[in-house]
Design a protein. Structure first.
Length: 308
């Protein structure tokens, strides 16, 4: 029956549900990211002393979690992935390395943004590339969830990519199509569809959730001739674009033939001596005040209010 009532916007797909996974390449990229950022928790000099349990959300092939578990055998490390192939692969890697303190769980789309853990369960919640999981309107609730499952005096650490620059017109066109697809699935913050926008919102989201002592660090991933991945330059571009081409196809923004032509043009343009392509990475960390810290903060706020 026709109705004049506003209908909810339906977003049937997420980037993470359409991504093609090449496990060896993913492990390679995760290792390169750890090296680029200076380890699993460089904001604390990779010091996990005093921690008993940490969570890695969107853990991919599990490299971050396994790195922490290997260096800190008394620490319980839990990784969450959204595809069974990732959970199985990470679990197999943990078993092969005899890391009994690491385990990996499947978090389905219906469970986001809720985390299936008790309150104040973790000393650190680490997340990476959540833009592929979450829609823009789900981020505030998810950051609140990170707060809920983190113990007083614990931390949150979030790393998100943002569009960089390229000398290749074809590569730029591929990224344009990717961001248009992300906009159609509701996963972009950017008002002009030219950026993902999640990295730019991390500080604000953490502040709104109550995190304090917030820090922000930036890094650059190079897909050009000086790239930080072990593959050759064109292979780096292929690995990157492979993750989002299925979403472009699903959203009807280009045909498989058009994407193949663009990739061929990228290969040709990469032969130029001045070719360059990169992406930015932003990592934001926040602290959850302990009980004593919170009482002192509340007292200061009450005192300030009385003075007014």
């Amino acid at each position: 029956m026709p109705t004049n009532d506003p209908q909810p916007t339906i977003f049937p797909y997420r980037l993470s549900e359409q991504m093609q996974i090449d496990l060896p390449s993913l492990v390679s990229q995760e290792r390169a990211l750890l090296d680029l950022l200076g380890g699993p928790f460089p904001e604390r000099n990779n010091d996990f002393d005093g921690f008993t349990r940490v969570l890695d959300v969107a853990c991919g092939a599990g490299s971050w979690a396994l790195e922490v578990a290997r260096a800190h055998p008394r620490l319980e490390v839990i990784g969450l992935a959204n595809q069974q192939v990732l959970v199985s692969s990470a679990s197999a890697r943990a078993a092969e390395a005899n890391l009994k303190n690491a385990r990996f769980l499947l978090l389905t789309g219906e469970q986001r943004p809720q985390l299936p853990f008790p309150d104040e369960y973790f000393d650190l919640v680490n997340t990476q590339y959540l833009h592929s999981w979450l829609r823009a309107d789900e981020w505030p609730d998810f950051v609140d969830e990170c707060w809920r499952v983190t113990r007083p005096s614990g931390s949150v650490r979030m790393t998100e990519p943002e569009r960089g620059q390229s000398t290749s017109l074809a590569f730029t066109r591929l990224e344009d199509l990717f961001l248009q697809a992300m906009h159609k699935t509701g996963q972009c913050f950017s008002p002009d569809n030219r950026h993902i926008g999640a990295a730019n919102q991390l500080v604000y989201l953490c502040q709104e959730a109550g995190w304090t002592e917030i820090t922000r660090r930036a890094a650059i991933t190079d897909y050009g001739k000086m790239g930080d991945l072990p593959e050759k330059p064109f292979s780096r571009i292929q690995l990157y674009t492979r993750t989002f081409q299925p979403l472009i196809l699903q959203q009807g923004l280009a045909s498989a033939e058009e994407l193949a032509t663009l990739m061929q043009q990228v290969g040709e343009e990469m032969e130029s001596e001045d070719f360059a392509a990169n992406r930015f990475l932003i990592t934001v960390c926040g602290h959850k005040p302990g009980t004593r810290e919170k009482l002192e903060s509340d007292a200061q706020q009450i005192g300030a209010t009385r003075k007014i």
